[in-house]
Design a protein around this ligand. Sequence first.
Ligand code: ATP
Ligand code: MG
Length: 558
Amino acid sequence: MSDNNLGENNRESVNFIQKIINEDNLKGTYNQKVHTRFPPEPNGYLHVGHAKSICLNYGLAKKNNGIFNLRFDDTNPVKEDDSFVESIIKDVKWLCPDWEEVIFYASNYFEKMYSYAVELINKGLAFVDDLSADEIRDYRGTLTEPGKMSPYRNRTIEENLFLFEKMKNGEFKNGEKVLRAKIDMSSPNINMRDPVIYRILHEKHHNTGDNWCIYPMYDYAHPIEDAIEGITHSICTLEFEDHRPFYDWLLNNLDDFKKAPTKQIEFAKLFLTKTMMGKRYLKRMVEENYVDGWDDPRMPTIAALRRRGYTPESINNFCEAIGVSKAQSVVDISMLEFAIRDDLSPKAPRTMAVLDPIKLIITNYPEDKVEYVEAENNSDNPELGNRMIPFCREVYIERDDFMENPPKKYYRLFPGNEVRLRNAYFVKCENFIKDENGNVIEVHCTYDPETKSGTGFTGRKVKGTLHWVSAKHSVDAEVRLYDYMMEEEDYDKTNFLEKLNPNSKIVVKNCKVEPTMNDCSIGSRFQFLRHGFFIKDQDSRNDNLVFNRIVSLKSSYK
Ligand code: ATP
Ligand code: MG
């Protein structure tokens, strides 16, 4: 898709999930109610794929005057951690500014989940099994062969109730027993072959501590969590499609929920080019120090995008533009970049920054004179006003804006050529000085006082306009230029660590920025003319400001 039609795409169209909601409203399935949720497992930081799910669930609730819950799916005590809980809340708040912070924890329903398991046992729909994990796997059968029934499948209800309670009371070791649903060992869907719904795990839980030593399995817990919260449309990704029959079976067999059970709807995950997605892989990059933490601006985590300088609006617009579907595809990362350029272009003040400075000396300008020239903050948005910039005899320009022997069509500085210094004067190159290695270290020019910007000078035209900063007034800065995490599209989960782009972060020191950059707060975003969009990073110090490049001005780096 070209940059141009992103943005309009899908904005007004009704996605397939909204169509399902409309039908439910028409039939009165949920009394016109829409209630969605985002159910992360707190075992890592959220990534832009999760952002798609958040924007979708939150957006549908908002559009339909419904409710959106954040619910931690914290049923696995082994991998979960409170620091992940905090990061997830921060990310959801950031993406959904009007969200009322309705937060739930699946672990708060452990008691209820237990009682529903007892209900299933009482209905003859669940049994305690003594088979080991390996035996259960062997008995399960394959896609082409039916499974075999467990020899413990016909235990009486009384015996099952008795054993399940003993499981709960910690009278067995890990793995000694499980509780299984009793469905159909010959079902073509393996998920329906008496799935395990509870396991013994003597582990401390981040929320419930040592209260429990049996924990519900995801497929059992998730539908119950949805149903307890009154979720109407449980939106998840495609890999759960084969789990839907069990989801429906469970809610249809529990008296509390069978009247209007939650509806599971699957959509295709977001994948991005040049980007490794998936929490467990991102976790490896962090733990094995391939990046500087979860919020390293090269990462596709929401925390990293925030630090990199993305705005929540740009991510929401991106998610809206890519739409939702049932067909798996990979979205070009340039669409994400388009979204942030589109958002920042009118909003971000435009300033001058010299990333590879070389001194330009105006030989006919008085030595001690300083004048202030006026500059527009954003030529596309007059509301951002103007600012005054100090100008004096010595300024910095980009090293590659001067050439001793220029090729054809080079309109910037070279001996004898005249250019405009943006917002200031025309200057003409008279001379230059090289060091002992032959590198140009100074460019000497003369200026024409008649050509001051803003005075309406029309005497002659020049083809080149250069950005610059005053040598005396500018401030030192470090600029971090980011490139894609993955160099090519030839990586997968087995080799991505070897395929990481070695140039994904380039630190440029001794850059020169306008003096006002000292005063702006961390997190302020700018366009550095000709270089791209930048954000002032939290690593900034008074004597060394740090800016991250959010995105370049054109759709491909370098
Ligand atoms: P990962 O695949 O990165 O390990 P996950 O699915 O294990 O993620 P969860 O915390 O279980 O992570 O996911 C929370 C929700 O986010 C789920 O509903 C899941 O379907 C959704 N989700 C995860 N990855 C994506 C993605 N790439 N695109 C859209 N939604 C996603
Ligand atoms: Mg998961």
